[in-house]
Design a protein around this ligand. Structure first.
Ligand code: PAF
Length: 283
């Protein structure tokens, strides 16, 4: 077990980063909102393979929640998170409070276009502005060489890559495969909201997506296949489907059969919104 350093101020974070840089160490960052599960720990493991030091931020970022969303009830378990990071061998946990990240008078936001258009943005119009703003701040505070993001939040991964390209942020973005339970359910902090019966239904999301991606790859009509997938999710017990959509894998532009694609979905189980995505193999 390592000696994890825990800091909650930008000044203390920068002082430690400066020391590591002086020693010529490469730094990887894993930005999180805490409530760490095996998916997050897999990101830490990848970060440790990529760099000599791994910094994990834990910050439930208010600017990416709409007033109607679950900011207040979002799971918070800092003591447990710190234990898990220690076990995983991370080197530093950055756990700022809201006033440290957004002091009084804070008035800037970053708005990304391109891959941020559509999908999540159609239903959570301010979400990616909040994500891009906090990720840019974290990158400027920690100055990592690379950062690891899960493919589970596939659109977010594309948005962060676009953000770094457009703002010349010198951070290599590494996408990490989604960690799933033995039934295919993607690990998510929001799974904590689900009861046993809902978990059973939630597990259908991935199988419906995989089946639909295979149909698309085999030549199925996109509109009917994604429409059928949405109906299958409702039949399985989802309350509402926000979208099931095929996109080009790199840019999230409309899917073309001759390019690698991604099939993405968001659906509601009671009051919990789940997202997932799978690869559509190229023709
Ligand atoms: O994926 C998340 O947990 C968050 O969106 C992130 C990237 C930590 C920004 O708050």
């Amino acid at each position: 077990m390592s000696g994890l350093i825990v800091v909650d101020t930008i000044a203390a974070l920068r002082a430690q980063i400066r020391d590591w840089r002086q020693d010529g160490l490469r730094i990887a960052m894993v930005p999180t909102m805490g409530a760490l599960h095996d998916g997050h720990i897999s990101l830490v493991r990848i970060a440790l393979e990529q760099a000599e030091r791994c910094v994990v931020s834990i910050f439930v970022n208010p600017t990416q929640f709409a007033p109607t969303e679950d900011l207040d009830k979002y799971p918070r378990q800092l003591a447990r998170d710190i234990e898990r990071l220690q076990e995983a061998g991370a080197h530093l946990a950055f756990t700022p409070g809201v006033a440290e990240m957004y002091p009084d008078g804070f008035a800037t936001k970053i708005s990304v276009g391109g891959p941020a258009a559509g999908l999540e943005t159609d239903f959570r119009p301010t979400f990616f502005d909040g994500v891009a703003t906090v990720v840019a701040k974290l990158f400027l505070q920690a100055a990592p060489n690379c950062a690891v993001f899960g493919e589970k939040d596939y659109q977010q991964l594309c948005v962060v890559r676009q953000l770094c390209r457009d703002l010349n942020l010198p951070v290599e973005i590494i996408g990490a495969p989604t960690v799933r339970d033995s039934h295919g359910l993607a690990m998510s902090s929001r799974n904590a909201y689900l009861g046993e019966a809902e978990l059973e239904v939630a597990r259908k999301l991935n199988s419906v997506l995989r089946r639909t991606a295979a149909e698309l790859a085999a030549g199925a009509n996109e509109t009917s296949a994604t429409g059928d997938a949405a109906e299958a999710l409702i039949r399985a017990g989802f309350r509402k489907v926000d979208y099931v959509a095929a996109r080009e894998a790199g840019t999230l532009a409309p899917w073309r059969r001759d390019r690698d694609g991604r099939l993405l979905a968001a659906a509601w189980l009671g009051t919990t919104r789940l997202i997932d995505n799978v690869e559509i193999p190229g023709a």
